[in-house]
Structures are given as structure tokens and as C-alpha cells.
Design a protein around this ligand. Sequence first.
Ligand SMILES: Cc1ncc(COP(=O)(O)O)c(C=O)c1O
Length: 332
Amino acid sequence: MTVISVPQAFNEEELFVDLRSIFGNSLFLKCEGFNFAGSIKIKAATEMVEAADRDGVLTPHSILVESSSGNLGVALSMIAASKGYRFLCVTDSRCNLSTRLLMEALGSEVHVVSDPDAAGGFLGARLDYVRALCASDDRYVWLNQYTNQGNWRAHYRTTAPAIARQFPQLDVLFVGAGTTGTLMGCARYFKRWHRPVRIVAVDSFGSVIFGGSPGRRMIPGLGMTVRPPLLDESYVDEVVRVEEADSIRACHRLARRGFLFGGSTGTVVSGAMDWLSRHDASDLTAVAIAPDLGERYLDTVYQTNWIEAIYGKDVLSSDFDVPVQAVHQNAF
Ligand SMILES: Cc1ncc(COP(=O)(O)O)c(C=O)c1O
């Protein structure tokens, strides 16, 4: 029996799905959606708020503010409610309706930025809004997931050791990249581990995290329109880039076997399967991280009209059983 008194005290760390029967190659998918915030972001949120509490940054009058495409916003809403702080989430029009309603149900205020910045992305516009708020009233406390060291430390302390405990012979780890908190925490941990682990970052086309030119991205969570300040590329062995249409196909392929995961899991699985199909993977122990589950994406990733409007009519009509395609590059 597990008994808790605050929601952030519970997180399922030991659940992995073996994808061999669905995709052909063995890949253990670490499921991070089984906690009260519904995503991996519970870890960064808990670490950042507790550090701010410890450092005396937060007072009873503080209002937490954060720019989030959704999952961190939900996690912070939950923790703020649990600790009695107010929270304002600054998001943009790509935030799923259900995610926004969830934050509001937890008592948070949500501000939706609807105009992109000069570069065509929303991140700059969201950050400008947060900066203006903080300048206007010193009760606002911005944890800033993009620069906060607690973001990667959370995964160094929890996610990576949880994988290491279950897979002492781990060879390759696939991690999706957004703020790169998950990637950097895991990469730093495994670079100091007892055996070499290949760290493969998975990013979407249209993201500029590892270079390239910005383009349209509709699946929240992965990718950035600027280079993430937390990223240290010396810890990353390889980068795989995935087209969003392939992310959608991977999500639907999993759903047809009863596993409803979020859009970024489709990206990570698609990229990982592409990598595994290009390497002699039969003896490799491979793990990938699934940041959340699919219910928040019912009106996007799992909705035919939305998919067809964005990716075209044929995106799901092709045979799911051919290997998913992704384009790779050796980054370094
Ligand atoms: C669904 C989802 N996938 C992936 C990520 C990327 O994680 P990170 O910011 O640690 O790079 C996030 C982060 O918000 C997310 O919400």
C-alpha cells in the first residue's frame, strides 16, 4: 500500500513497456505519466519549487509564474495548490484545451499568448509577457524552467537512477528534447556510470535545438525555437530528428495496441525505432522515455480532422506495419 498526503509524493518509477511485439525491435519504454500531474514534469516542478522554498525565494504572498506549453503548468498548478501558493501559467494557443482546463480546475490562472513573436514562434512572446509581469510586481516568482538547474537535477536524482536500477546492462537511451532538462539530467548521470551508455537525443523537424532552421511544429513538449540554455552538447552522442507525421503514426500504432501515449512519445518511439533499425540492435538493451499519456491529446493527435488539416489526408492511410521513417544526423 502507498499512502500519501501531498500529490507530488507519488510517482510510478518502475513501469516499462516492451515494444518488441508492436514495432519489431526491443525497446523498453519508461512510462512517466502515472502520477497526479500526469507527466514527467512533476519531477522538474517539485525540484524547482522545493529549491525556491529552501532558498527563501518564496513567501506566503508569492505568485509563481511560468511559461509552459502545458505539462509543467499542470505540475506547478498541482504543487502550488498543495503548498498554498498562487500560480499563473503563461502558455500559447498550441496548449491543449484539456490541459488548460486542468490548470484552472487546480486553481491556477492561465494566460494564453495568441500572437507569435517576430521570429514566428510563441516562446519569445511568452517570455516577454513573463518578464513584464515580474517587472511590474515583485510578488511574481519566475522559476524559469529553461535555465533552472533544478530542471535537469530532478532527472539526475530520479529518472536516470530508476532506469539504471532496472537495466544494469543499458546500452542506449533515447530522450526527447524540449528544455533538455530530462536529456541533460539523464546524460550527466549515465556519463559517470559504470559502463558506457549511448545517449541519443530525439527532436522534431522545425526545432532548432541542435541547429537547423525553424519550422511549423504542432505537437507540444518537444522542440524549441531557440537553443535551450541547459543544453551541453558534449553529453549527447547522437541526434535523431523526426517528422511530426511520423510521430502521429507511431502514436496511432501504439493506440491500436491499447497504449494511448502523448504526442512526444510518438516522436521518441519513431526516432528510436529508426535508430535501432539502422544499427545491429539484436543484442542491445535500449530504453526510451515516454513523457506523458494520450488523454490530453484526444482533440489533436487522436482526432482525424485535426490530423488531416495539418498533415494531410494520407498521413494515417499508409501501412502502419512498415518501419516508421525518420531522418537522422550524426550531430557531433
Ligand atoms: C509531453 C512532453 N514531452 C517532452 C518534454 C520535454 O522534456 P524536457 O523539457 O525535459 O526536455 C516535455 C516537457 O515539457 C513534455 O511536456
